[in-house]
Ligand binder design. Structure first.
Ligand SMILES: [Zn+2]
Length: 271
């Protein structure tokens, strides 16, 4: 397929815009997502990416070459990683032995309409801020019932702290992480809501950083729902009216995995 001069110019324009923080790149007119802003909700993943430190269990993402072009004419790496590093999806089997692992989640359930709960102002004042049941009610009062096949995202502004391990974990003097999450009451409500496929956050965990028991994870897993963690660019999403796709690797028996998560926002709903 040849690239027309006009198509080339708009592609270059899109590349230029991609470098700016304020305006997401506009897909060219021939693109299937023309008329939408395509927003990458994924942080880059590398050896210096933040991760939750668990002694004897977790470690940074590791990459080492198995072949290089000067030596073998081909470039390829070996990776060593945990399943819950970087922007990633949690499968329900992460906290429930009977629940499905990643490869068993039906493809249709990885597409969802996005509900954004805005918590950035409160999180600036208090890193322990939580999405409450009242926050969920306030969203419904403003926008109507949660849509069928939806994902409820917590937008706390934490994405701007990536890739600083210390700022992202935000541990206090006692070593306890301090970042926003979903309250137990909110997770219980969303786990029980028939239209909600999953929930997500721009922090390390759907549970608040000061909660070491992962109660929200357990409640959600028992309901057979997935979670997204360490999401990027949530501040670019409107409160309602856009969709996302979770590009989850189809790895057998995975409790989770780094994923490319992408949203598309109709221009009419641009923030
Ligand atoms: Zn996880």
């Amino acid at each position: 397929m040849s690239l027309t001069r006009r198509g080339f110019a708009s592609a270059i324009g899109a590349l230029g815009l991609a470098c700016g923080r304020a305006s997401p790149p506009a897909p060219p007119a021939s693109h299937p997502f023309a008329g939408y802003d395509v927003v990458d909700l994924t942080h880059p993943l590398g050896p210096s990416s933040p991760y939750i430190h668990v002694r004897g269990a977790t470690f940074p993402f590791r990459r080492a070459p198995i072949a290089t072009i000067p030596e073998r004419g081909v470039y390829a790496n070996r990776w060593e990683l945990t399943e819950h590093i970087g922007t990633h999806v949690d499968a329900p089997c992460h906290f429930d032995e009977k629940a499905p692992c990643l490869e068993k989640i039906p493809l249709a359930e990885l597409f969802a309409e996005v509900v954004v709960i805005e918590l950035a102002a409160r999180a600036r004042a208090n890193p322990d801020a939580e999405v409450s049941a009242a926050d969920l009610s306030a969203w419904r009062l403003a926008h109507g019932p949660f849509p069928a096949r939806s994902v409820v995202l917590l937008s706390s502004g934490w994405g701007a702290r990536w890739p600083s391990q210390s700022r992202f974990a935000n541990a206090d003097e006692a070593g306890i992480m301090r970042f926003p999450g979903f309250s137990r009451a909110a997770v219980e409500e969303l786990a029980a809501a028939p239209g909600v496929l999953g929930i997500g956050t721009d922090t390390f965990s759907i549970d608040p950083g000061n909660d070491a028991h992962f109660e929200g994870h357990r409640v959600l897993a028992r309901a057979g729902k997935w979670a997204l963690e360490c999401l990027a660019n949530l501040d670019r999403l409107p409160a309602q009216g856009c969709h996302l796709f979770v590009g989850a690797p189809k790895v057998e028996l995975a409790s989770g995995a780094p994923a490319r998560v992408v949203a598309w926002v109709p221009r009419s709903h641009r923030k």
